[in-house]
Design a protein. Structure first.
Length: 330
């Protein structure tokens, strides 16, 4: 997002305290990304601020009065949320409230873009009838070929504590749009990816898988025969959606965002592709028990987003994503 804004001539203020390293260890360290941004951008200013710091966040928003807010901060792991529930909720839900209130008090007319998640739907997608194919699960109902749309329910289903904290944040962002009339949007993401992803076992599907093949690490598959499916969208396409919303904002908007069926892949299919591209075999350990709150087959239906913003489309193909990640060192 910083690269996108800088290229467009915006002055960007980035808020991050590298909590990802504290959550995930050295694999999650974002300091390298920060160093690269500082080296190549012209109008970027970094603020080592914790989103849980309500007073600090309010002060920064008051001083900068941003014309656009893109909120990507999160604790993004199912498993870690169960071990650290307060850190998870304080980061995902309370941190979102801190930022929303700071914006409402200082620049309520500024578009507010929130990176939500498809995990707000909990296990509801797993109730759909599936068919088992050679390398993946797929929807049995041909009417679901384009995937899950925004009408999927969010209640009466297992979410994981991570899914619950993100659902709370998602509802807050919607409510500030509907109740206060602020221009807010929730982008409920599938798998967001790209070569800058600080991937770790607990978060970062494709980037972490590529790292395991490249570095000779053992990759653990959790249940579903490795045929679970995700649609993948490159970070640049997510940034393009954020900018499309910024140019024509709405109050309390909600969109599923991902790569759609064309950019969908199973774990087995992704392993085979990376082994081919990198030229190395992956050491795999299979764990029978799936992760709680994990989707078996999830493809984002992009119909609503494309209808409201016809100028937006997925521009980075799955093959390009694979090539990008296969070439990424470290």
């Amino acid at each position: 997002m910083v690269h996108t804004l800088d290229r467009l001539g915006w002055r960007a203020h980035g808020v991050d305290n590298n909590m990802r390293r504290e959550f995930f260890g050295p694999d999650g360290d974002t300091s390298g990304t920060l160093e690269r941004l500082l080296a190549v951008t012209r109008r970027f200013e970094h603020h080592a601020l914790d989103i849980r710091d309500r007073a600090g966040l309010a002060r920064l928003v008051r001083e900068t009065r941003p014309d656009l807010v893109v909120h990507c901060a999160a604790q993004p792991s199912h498993d870690l949320a169960a071990r650290r529930p307060f850190d998870d909720f304080d980061t995902n839900a309370v941190g979102t409230l801190n930022l929303l209130e700071a914006v409402r008090e200082n620049c309520p007319e500024s578009p507010f873009v929130f990176l939500s998640t498809n995990k707000v739907y909990g296990d509801a997608p797993n109730e759909l009838e599936l068919v088992e194919l050679e390398t993946r699960w797929d929807y049995a109902d041909p009417e679901l070929r384009e995937g899950i749309d925004e009408s999927c329910r969010v209640d009466a289903t297992l979410h994981s504590l991570f899914g619950a904290s993100k659902a709370a944040a998602d509802l807050l962002v919607q409510e500030y749009g509907r109740y206060f009339g602020m221009p807010t949007v929730c982008f409920r993401g599938g798998c967001l990816t790209g070569s800058s992803h600080a991937s770790a076992e607990l978060h970062g599907f494709l980037a972490y898988l590529a790292r395991c093949v490249r570095e000779g690490r053992t990759y653990r598959i959790y249940g579903y025969k490795g045929k679970q499916v995700r649609d993948n969208v490159h970070a640049s396409d997510v940034c393009a959606a954020a900018m499309a919303f910024a140019e024509s904002p709405r109050a309390g908007a909600v969109y599923n965002i991902g790569g759609g069926r064309a950019n969908s892949t199973s774990i087995l299919e992704a392993i085979a592709r990376f082994e081919e591209l990198i030229g190395s075999r992956l050491d795999v350990e299979y764990v029978d028990e799936p992760r709680r709150g994990d989707h078996i087959c999830y493809i984002s239906d992009l119909g609503r987003l494309r209808s409201d913003y016809p100028g937006w489309k997925v521009t980075v193909s799955l093959d390009e994503i694979f090539d990008d990640l296969a070439r990424t060192p470290g």
